[in-house]
Structure formats: C-alpha cells, structure tokens
Design a binder for this molecule. Sequence first.
Ligand code: G6P
Ligand code: MN
Length: 430
Amino acid sequence: MTNVSKFTIVGGGSSYTPELIDGLIQQQDEIQIDNLVLYDIDAERQQWVCGMIERQFRYAGLPTRVMATTGLQQAVEDAEFIVSQIRVGKMPARVLDEKIPLKYNLLGQETTGPGGTFKAWRTIPASLEIAEAVARYAPAAWYLNFTNPSGIVTEALFKHSSVKVIGLCDNPINAQFTIALALGVRQEQVYLEWMGMNHVNWIRRVLIDGVNVTHRVMDLIEAKENARLNYRFPTDIELIRALDVLPNFYLQYYYHHPRITALRQLEPQTRGEIVMELEKVLFAAYRDPKQMVKPAKLGQRGGAMYSKAAIPLIVSIAQDRRDVQSVVTRNNGAISDFPDDAAVEVPCVIGKHGAFPLHMGSLPQTIRGLAEHVKAWESLTVQAGVTGSRLDALAAMNANPLVPSLDTARQVMDELMAAHSSYLPQFFPG
Ligand code: G6P
Ligand code: MN
C-alpha cells in the first residue's frame, strides 16, 4: 500500500478530475492520498469540482483531505506527485483549432495537424511556468503530464525544464483493454509492442502469453464483429495488412486525411462543441449536493478511462515495481531512428527511477517515413513554442505531414495566429 502525503492536480477544474478520484477510490487498497490539492486559474469551476470530489471521497469513506487553490506555489509546494491536465483557452480555443483548418481542406483536430500545433503553442509557455514552480518548490516531485498534445508538451518539458516528467495518455491502456476483450483473454496477458510517439504510434506485435497474435487481431478487425475493436483501429484493413503493424486510432487522420476532412466539413458540430454541451451537464452534476459518484455521462469523454493509466503509473513509481507500462519518455536510443532527446511513447520499466524505455530498435520501413516526418514536426513545434520566432513557426507548420505546401502552411498559420493571439505570449509579447 502506497501512502502519498500530497498529490496535486494542475487544471483541477477540469471536468475529468472526478474520473481520477474515482480511480483512487477504486484502487484504495493500492494507494491512499492524505492531501489532494486542486490548482486552477478558474476558481469558480474548480470550486464545483472540489465539492464533487469531496463528496466522492466522503461517500467512499476515505479520509483524504481536499483543498482548492489558485496559488501555484501553495499548490505544488512539497507535493510528491503532480498531474497536469490543463487546457489553455478552454474549449472555445479547441473549437477554433477544429474549425479554421477545415477552411483550407485540412483536418481540424486538437492534437493533430495545424490545430494540434497551436494547442502546443498555447500550452508550452503555461506548462513551462508550472514546471518552474515545481522545480523550485517541489524538486523531488514526479510531474505526470496528461496535458495535450502530450508528447509535444512532454518533450518541451524534457528540453526546457529540470522537472522529473513522464508523459501520459490513455491510448495504450485502452488498446490493451480492447484487444484483451476481443481475444477473450485477461488484460495482463496482453503485451503490446507499442512504438512511435503519443497519438502517432503503431503496435508492431501483439503478444498473448508470448505468442504473436498480431494477424489474428487483424482478422478480427476485418471480421467487423467487435465494434469496440473497430472503433479503436479504424484504419482500412488492407492498409493495415500492407503496413503489417496496427496503426493507433489517431493515424486514421494521416492515412485517410482527405476523406476524414471531407466528413468533418459536413458535420454540424465539432467534437469541441459536443464536449462543451456535455460539460454543461457534467458541471451541473458536480454542483448538485446529491451527486456522490462520478456521473455516468463522464463516460462519453474520450479520456473516460484515464485513471486506469495514471494510477498504475503512480503506484509503480511509489512502490518501485519495475513493471512495464507504455508512457511518453525521453528516447535515449529506444527507437534508433530518433534523436536521444526526442519524446517517444514506448513500453517502459516503471519504478522509483521513473520510466526507462525498452529498446525497440528501428521502426519498420512501412511506417518509418511518416514517423520521422511527424517527429520532425513535433520537435520543430517545441522549438517554435519556446522561441516564439515566426520563421521557426513556419518551419514547424510546414513540417506537418498533413500540410501540403508552404503556401498553405502560411495561410492557415496566419489565421490561427490571429485567432489565438491572446494565448500566445511567445509570439505576441507585451
Ligand atoms: C483520448 C485521448 C486524449 C484526448 C481525448 C479527447 O482519450 O487519448 O488525449 O484528450 O481522447 O476526448 P474528448 O472527449 O475531449 O474528445
Ligand atoms: Mn491521449
């Protein structure tokens, strides 16, 4: 059993917070928190969430003390674990990332393409500011970054701060869970050779009890009998077989870019607009003194299972378990095609040391080109996000595989720059 004296959630006012608390309650035999601190710049929303999670803990009979603050120093000081889940500019900024690229026949998506680039640029300065406070007031803390785009933000933190950071996403655990269900085995039996970057990764092999069942999973995808499996692996099956690896959910946006963009252009609402409506219902539930548990509606958010990724990670660090989990870490040679200081998402040994990546070797040739292309975009996006240089920004936008020309890069960038200017201090100082 792990006892954590202080655990801080940065972006405490997020509608996701009750999911993390629900995970803590479910795994109370593994982990107990003495002091849970919420930090947010939106005090009102955070109060609603704070009330909700106090009821969750009380209803579960747990003694965890809960506090909400808008003071960064107070929030992070002496924390053992800090989870970051911020969204600079909130949902309205996401909706702009989704809508503006569509005008240029580019996908509008919060972690991919031009929208993902701008989400990174809004988020990097805020994340580095938080990291500076962590470095000063809680230098021993583990900083677990859920904030999207998780791979890019984590790389910015590796390169430009001294905090102990691990990047996190629910995709690996969700994929493991989905494949286990489809194959009728326990989740612990499934081992995925997960390689690439956050949201841009491929499963090279699926192993069950050491046996390679990758082609069986492909057969199941082709059979279309398991809706959950087909949702998670939506890429065209012939393409999957040609690549001979399983592309992550988000790779549909690369492999089927024109088709998906055309579909999005026809949809009446973007995902961000749908989430805004959902959040109205969620926050109403959080304000309701009779609501004692995580509302079922939270299951409609993409990250509905994120505590299943976060809590095992925290437990394994705290207990020095040295088990294997796929997280975002500094490459250090794990993928031999990438620089050492690039962020990658690969299976890692997790313990008190943090996350040691397993050596994955070189990427299969069928995916290496795209992977290197996306990696270049990510690293250039980090660079521009820190320097605030227009030329660095243009280089990054042009390096995105979805952006077809430098002309288009400049047009979409200029429109997004103007739309988001108030959240981009590095590009618009003063
Ligand atoms: C998945 C991704 C997250 C992302 C979420 C979006 O969980 O891994 O990185 O934030 O989906 O969900 P939403 O409900 O905001 O569309
Ligand atoms: Mn994710």
